[in-house]
Design a protein around this ligand. Sequence first.
Ligand code: AMP
Ligand code: MG
Length: 406
Amino acid sequence: MLPLEQALTQMLNALPSPDSKQDEQISLEQAVNRICSENIISPINVPSFDNSAMDGYAVRLADLAQSLTLSVAGKSFAGAPFTGEWVAQSTVRIMTGAMLPVGADAVVMQEDVIVNEDGSVTFPANIKCGQNIRRIGEDVKQGDVVLAKGSLLNTVSLPLLASLGIDKVKVFPRLKVAVLSTGDELVPVGQPLKEGQIYDTNRFTVKLMLEKLNCEILDFGLLPDNEQEFEKAFVKAQQQADLVITSGGVSVGEADFTKTVLEKVGKINFWKIAMKPGKPFAFGKLENAWFCGLPGNPVSALATFYQLVQPVIAKLSGYSQWKAPQRFSAIATTKMKKAPGRLDFQRGYYQVNGNGKIEVQPIGFQGSHLFSSFVKSNCFIVLERERGNVEAGETVTIEPFNHLIS
Ligand code: AMP
Ligand code: MG
């Protein structure tokens, strides 16, 4: 059995990043959840001119050294700068975001001044050079890389580009992923069940996660447990997809053909991982597409997709800035059963207790055929490979679910 980390390293080393020549240029409106295929450089400074951070008065310190009371030379509004002559011993009334008049040293907020009956303004004594001024280029400098190649275009990165006047962006193509389930016992969701049949949940789960990852989904439906059918389907799927994902038939039962067929029509890299749930997992290459074979048990299928396929899709999509979900320490509030030998991903619920410490409890039974526990969980409890049973009060590692499972 291969340790999970080693499996991940092997897979990611084998996989290429997409070729930049395949990228396409699209408008910002179409670009949400796409991956940018080049470094994006700012064409302008932000702010693009010195401006006021407050509603108040722009002043020159030299004037205030003569007298703290100044006349008003004019006004500078956002979008309508002061254009007059700024005579000595005067101030310019200025609004937030308005261009700073040339020569101003500071802006004094209106709450800190006294407006006299004759219209002149009296300032306090302690004014610092530069106060309440937003400087040109303080946020972004012209020529800065604002977004690295391989970044996700999302709710914050796209508005940043918009604020720079960028309206088009180069992106990698969306990954085409073929999905199929295997098993004579499976029935599509929505049809009546006969004796011994179950619903095909995995294809639904996988498609939902692929949607969140913004992949183009090619649904190849259900495959019966028949070697020739497997072969035909694998060959067809890899002609159209960049990645083929199957579930079931990957174990050592008499009806488990995934491994045999993958070896026949492609190349298998490995197929047993020291993780629980999810021991049987196939990774390989067909002629034109990569291949991930998930185990059939729904919990295992989801857990292996999350831990192994998610980084594979990030790599193949060019999402080089993708980060693996963070892990934290938490205190176990109840005991947990665990046999040494495999890295265990139990489903748990974590929260901050009254003392400000993170605590976690496993949710429900942990069998890999028991899917309902996921619904009440918000994290994996990651129990190290060689660890045995966990007692209440021990420290464990948790991995809060990311957007794929929430
Ligand atoms: P297998 O790896 O094909 O032996 O499947 C292992 C277990 O997962 C069996 O109990 C299957 O019935 C179940 N299973 C396989 N595929 C699916 C699926 N798509 N949806 C729900 N359960 C499945
Ligand atoms: Mg099966």
